[in-house]
Write a protein that binds this ligand. Structure first.
Ligand SMILES: NC(=O)C1=CN([C@@H]2O[C@H](COP(=O)(O)OP(=O)(O)OC[C@H]3O[C@@H](n4cnc5c(N)ncnc54)[C@H](OP(=O)(O)O)[C@@H]3O)[C@@H](O)[C@H]2O)C=CC1
Ligand SMILES: CC(=O)[C@@H](O)[C@H](O)COP(=O)(O)O
Ligand SMILES: [Mn+2]
Length: 387
């Protein structure tokens, strides 16, 4: 029985993870949950999965949760950064699922690695911000980093049993998002409702906007660089509107291995949870004849500059990827609140990056400082960039 601590339980990945666990009660046991503010969903999860500890965002939400769940004696209700740290580093957990959204996922994930727990990693921002530190710490603690992100799970599966020295290129597939082949005129007018309509995947708002700008693919390039130890220029993005091929690895002998499946996150989640074994998921089945066509196109970096900005940040290294990530989080939040037009998301990120003095070989303090600086800088610039 694998004992699991789940960070980000009320989100899209959190709920899909619980679905996989619910179907396999003989293999997995939830021992702790961490959420943000969604108490009604968390309450349902506590009642069903009976964890021994939970953490929420702050004391107010912890008190409210206790008020709503008076009968659950024995449940430890924690909150804030210390609560998340405790849930992430429980000694009884075999695996921690890291599925909070954004920079909030970094410290709990580091705490879990520090405590020697294997990680099923959905929170790509952790590797974008602090890839070098995360890899070093995971190595020193003997921790397995098991990718949940669909493309990285695909690459990980294609690489099983092969050394990464023999990789010529990684072909990272992207759906193209809701605005694939849109005109520039149209992109100037799109709002949150349009951008939240992802063609293939049901996900949280932040990653759905990142898919629409293609920043998601940029963050994934950085994530792949760290997970698979390849050079940035070996990671090639291709638009694959069907989202059936989840990524490919081209080896030095010209062989290309791909992983395919329906676009459902329960597949990569199940793989990360059961690794090195596979599970039976009869409901997740691919009908190739229904799909019929698989297409591949080059990305348009002029229309989707966020992808180019992420490559630039990856090449420059040091604190720059953390700055890219923080500026993007501010820009996406402003776009969702209708305070920034869609096409100004990359402009804001670029301006913050342009005014950043990179610190090479950053420690955790440098990364957190760069993240805070980029948020302040982005907020300042936002005021002049609304229309
Ligand atoms: N959704 C998907 O299919 C995929 C997601 N990912 C990655 O997985 C991660 C999660 O994505 P997704 O599930 O879509 O996101 P959601 O927005 O659906 O869920 C986010 C989760 O994080 C919690 N949360 C939000 N802010 C904070 C905070 N400041 N402190 C603590 N917890 C917080 C939320 O809590 P609450 O709602 O209770 O406030 C919720 O549980 C992201 O990094 C994303 O890039 C990767 C591949 C695919
Ligand atoms: C499901 C998943 O892994 C997402 O990261 C997905 O890939 C987003 O779609 P895009 O390919 O449009 O970014
Ligand atoms: Mn992905």
């Amino acid at each position: 029985m694998k004992q699991i601590s789940l960070l980000g339980s009320t989100g899209s990945i959190g709920r899909s993870s619980l679905d996989v666990i619910r179907r396999n009660p003989d293999r997995f046991k939830i021992i702790a949950l961490a959420a943000g503010r969604n108490l009604s969903e968390l309450k349902r999860q506590i009642e069903e999965f009976q964890p021994s500890a939970v953490s929420v965002i702050d004391e107010h939400h912890a008190l409210e949760l206790k008020r709503q769940l008076p009968s659950l004696a024995g449940l430890e209700v924690l909150y804030g950064s210390e609560g998340y740290r405790q849930v992430a580093s429980l000694p009884d957990a075999d695996l921690v699922i890291s599925a909070m959204v954004g920079a909030a996922g970094l410290l709990p994930t580091l705490a879990a690695i520090e405590a020697g727990r294997d990680i099923a990693l959905a929170n790509k921002e952790t590797l974008v911000m602090a890839g070098s530190l995360v890899l070093e710490l995971a190595k020193s603690r003997g921790v397995n980093l098991l990718p949940v992100d669909s493309e990285h799970s695909a690459i990980f599966q294609c690489l099983s049993g092969q050394g990464s020295q023999r990789i010529r290129n990684i072909h990272l597939t992207a759906s193209g998002g809701p605005f694939f082949r849109c005109s520039r005129e149209r992109l100037e007018t799109v709002g949150p409702k349009d951008a939240l309509k992802h063609p293939n995947w049901l996900m949280g708002d932040k990653i759905t906007i990142d898919s629409a700008t293609m920043m998601n693919k940029g963050l994934e390039v950085i994530e792949a660089k760290w997970l698979f130890g390849v050079e940035v220029d070996q990671i090639l993005v291709c638009i694959h509107p069907q989202s059936i091929v989840h990524s490919m690895v081209e080896f030095t002998d010209g062989s290309v291995l791909a992983q395919l499946g329906i676009p459902d996150m329960k597949i990569p989640i199940a793989y990360a949870l059961s690794f090195p074994e596979r599970m039976d998921c009869p409901e997740l089945s691919l009908d190739l004849f229904k799909i019929g066509t698989l297409e591949f196109f080059p990305p348009d970096i002029e229309m989707f500059p966020c992808l180019g900005l992420a490559y630039k940040a990856a090449r420059e290294g040091g604190t720059m990827p953390a700055v890219l990530n923080a500026a993007n989080e501010v820009a996406v939040e402003a776009f969702l609140a209708e305070r920034l037009p869609f096409m100004k998301i990359p402009r804001l990120v670029e301006r913050v990056m342009d005014s950043h003095g990179i610190k090479g070989l950053p420690d955790l303090g440098d990364i957190l400082e760069a993240d805070a600086w980029a948020r302040r800088e982005a907020q300042k610039l936002l005021k002049n960039m609304r229309d």
